[in-house]
Design a protein around this ligand. Structure first.
Ligand SMILES: [Zn+2]
Length: 249
């Protein structure tokens, strides 16, 4: 059986067997892979420190017929701070769950990989809610289901006034093309500008921006609605984020 090494982020980790963990990792050159880390819950295991959610690692893996086995790991960034801060952890979980849901098994997605690494780094430095929102808007652009925000998907005219958004049509709908019985959500002009800023956010040198609460909520509503429409089920991490918000209020 072949052994390979790869740089990866751990997207999901769960206990398995007596001392093992089942790991879903996201490799820059292989995409999403499910593997077992045998014995990693034993304190003396060389894998003990590394097999945790969000860890950025260089992995040594043995390919298997059904499942690959993680044999070695070297930490690039532990992202321990993301596991120690509830807010940052909730949004990091949202992003990793999103990758699990939208990326097929063993299909390389280097753009999404680089984006997630940048976003995980940024989560504990900036407002995690905005970081996660920008990362999620940018991630959807790489899925093949990227929505059209700037033009009406029916008539093709550029959107310059308050408009609407249709999940089914995957984009903006102008006032003239709005049908009375279609399910649409509002997309006011302010929101269109904000989405553009999120899409253009430069992770190496992120511009500071402030946004009013109502526009932020509506921008989240559009993205989350579209994600649920795409993956056809609710994201578990959103429940956690909601509970955190309720604790603060
Ligand atoms: Zn139109």
């Amino acid at each position: 059986m072949a052994q390979y090494s790869t740089e990866a982020i751990l997207l999901a980790v769960r206990n398995w067997g007596e001392a093992d963990k089942m790991v879903t990792f996201f490799s820059r050159d292989l995409g999403k892979v499910t593997a077992v880390a045998y014995g990693c819950r034993r304190p003396k295991s060389p894998l003990a420190g590394g097999m945790q959610a969000f860890s950025h690692l260089e992995l040594g893996v043995m390919a298997g017929t059904h499942l690959d086995t993680i044999r070695q790991c070297e930490t690039i960034t532990s992202f321990k701070n993301l596991r120690e801060n509830l807010d940052a952890m909730a949004y990091a979980t949202f992003l990793t769950e999103l990758v699990v849901e939208v990326c097929p098994e063993r299909h390389p997605e280097p753009h999404i990989y680089d984006l997630i690494v940048c976003a995980l780094e940024m989560l504990s430095k900036r407002n995690p809610r905005l970081v996660a929102l920008a990362a999620a808007y940018q991630l959807v652009e790489y899925t093949g289901y990227q929505p059209v925000y700037a033009e009406c998907v029916v008539c093709g005219h550029s959107i310059e006034t308050d408009a609407f958004f249709s999940f089914e049509k995957g984009g903006a709908i102008c006032k003239n093309c709005k049908l009375p019985d279609s399910e649409l959500i509002d997309m006011p002009v302010k929101m269109q500008g904000f989405i553009q800023k999120l899409l253009e956010l430069d992770w190496q040198d992120p511009a500071a921006f402030s946004i009013n609460g109502a526009v932020l909520l509506q921008t989240e509503k559009l993205l989350l609605g579209y994600l649920v429409f795409l993956i056809e089920k609710p994201l578990k991490s959103l429940e956690f984020i909601k509970q955190l918000a309720m604790l603060k209020n």
